[in-house]
Design a protein around this ligand. Structure first.
Ligand SMILES: [Zn+2]
Length: 469
């Protein structure tokens, strides 16, 4: 049976169920779903019966990468925080001052163009879906826009225009911190609980096949327990993802113990606020008991190792999380570098440096050549999809047609065999190897180029020269 509305993709290799298979064609319907995995010879004979048949010669096709934690606008400060500030030492907190200064300069249009630049780079690196932890809601003077979701909608529009799936995780931000004076640099983020829930509810109208909406109480520092409980009961009714920064910095943990007599993870655990739709972003400074709490509740941890090393946050104890069966997803977070496979390999590398061992995250007693790469790749794909509330990512019938291809002759992976190709992709792939990116059946990156690439970069260059010159 053939169907003239269907598209066929014909790569040399397809990554299905943990292995690369040859001579398999992907048949996709016009709704952007995979409806068949057929022998290549069979579809070639019937080529004229399909709308398109795209041969992806000398390429391997893999499920799209999922970036579960992004602040798109922070792309504007890339390279602009790598110097000694007025403080005697620099840290996350001094970086944050520079980031806030940028956040307060951006108008509605700037947010759109900065986001588009970040999303373009994501697409070019094989990312097909993003969880955007979005916290700039108000005008720079602290007054709400006429449409309180104006900026959230601009970020959604930027992702949609680039062609990515997006889960807009709308941030709740109540205060500067426990016993802290209001910070004038946070006026664009602040909303009381009633206002926040009303705005989050009205943003739900944006949901579609490629747009999801979730809640994101910023951190225990920025949101009190009462507020958090209100967000949680709303989330329970809507069944949407909820993300929260947790234990990124030791100072956040000690302030939480001072306020509640419990660490951030213990607080959420004892209050029944950890659950399967919950993702703790960072979760670095935690105890073995906290790791158990995540495992018990089915919550996900989202590690952002490229940002965490850039900010000097510390190392996510992924050896503990993997051993306890906690799902770990990945995020590009501050956008100092957008390369989710680099994040995947760092999960393992940071632990190697700490423990002076190799292949630490490999499942116990599994000596398969690609067992470690499979685990890390799962963090970069299906664990992220689940974390941001989209349906399954692996290549299979019924799954969304979200995938990317890699050039098997790219110098970074050339010479791979079926057995070591995934390890090469996870540990060594350069972005130059990413040739095609398809989201919901739409071919957004062809031959390593995005159709709007020149225009997006030009607009971004204009924005940067206006902001910084
Ligand atoms: Zn973050």
């Amino acid at each position: 049976m053939t169907n003239p509305t269907q598209q066929v993709w014909l790569p040399d290799l397809v990554y299905i169920d943990g292995e690369f298979r040859s001579d398999v064609a992907l048949v996709c319907d016009d709704g952007g779903r995979i409806v068949g995995l057929l022998p290549a010879d069979e579809v070639k004979l019937l080529a004229e019966n399909y709308r398109t048949l795209t041969t992806l010669k000398n390429k391997a096709l893999l499920p799209g990468l999922v970036n579960a934690h992004s602040h798109a606008f922070q792309r504007v400060i890339r390279g602009r925080t790598e110097f000694r500030s007025q403080h005697s030492t620099d840290s996350f907190w001094t970086w944050r001052e520079l980031m806030y200064a940028a956040a307060n300069k951006l108008d509605v249009n700037d947010i759109y163009h900065a986001s588009k630049m970040a999303f373009l780079e994501m697409a070019l690196s094989g990312i097909t879906a993003v969880g955007e932890f979005h916290y700039i809601h108000r005008a720079p003077n602290g007054i709400a826009y006429e449409d309180a979701n104006l900026l959230a909608k601009e970020v959604i529009r930027a992702a949609t225009d680039v062609g990515l799936r997006i889960s807009l995780l709308r941030v709740a931000y109540e205060r500067a911190g426990f016993q802290k004076e209001a910070n004038p640099l946070q006026v664009r983020f602040i909303e009381d609980a009633d206002t926040y829930l009303k705005n989050l509810d009205s943003l739900m109208i944006e949901k579609s096949d490629t747009v999801n909406v979730g809640a994101a109480p910023h951190s225990v520092r920025a949101v009190t327990l009462d507020y958090l409980k209100q967000v949680n009961s709303f989330v329970g009714q809507k069944e949407c993802p909820v993300h929260m920064h947790m234990a990124e910095q030791p100072a956040e943990v000690s302030a939480c113990i001072e306020e509640y007599g419990r660490s951030p993870v213990a607080l959420l655990d004892t209050e029944g606020l950890l659950h399967e739709n919950f993702t703790a972003v960072h979760a670095i400074h935690v105890t073995p008991k906290a790791i158990e709490a995540f495992a018990r509740s089915g919550a996900t941890v989202c590690a952002c190792p490229t940002t965490e090393r850039n900010l000097g946050d510390g190392v996510v104890p992924v050896d503990g999380y993997f051993a306890a069966g906690v799902r770990v997803s990945l995020g590009s977070d501050s956008q100092n570098q957008i390369d989710l496979l680099e994040d995947a390999r760092e999960l393992e590398y940071h632990i190697r440096l700490q423990r002076k061992e190799r292949n630490v995250l490999t499942p116990p007693d599994n000596h398969n050549a690609s067992a470690l790469a499979e685990r890390l790749f799962e963090s970069a794909t299906s664990n992220g999809t689940r974390s941001i509330g989209f349906k399954a990512a692996p290549i299979n019938v019924g799954a969304p047609a979200d995938f990317f291809t890699v050039d098997l002759d790219d110098p970074s992976i050339a010479g791979s065999s079926h057995d070591d190709l995934l390890s090469n992709v996870v540990f060594s792939l350069s972005r130059t190897a990413v040739r095609d990116v398809v989201v919901a059946g739409t071919h957004i990156v062809k031959d390593g180029l995005h159709g709007q690439q020149v225009e997006i970069i030009e607009k971004f260059k204009d924005l940067q020269s206006r902001l910084w010159n």
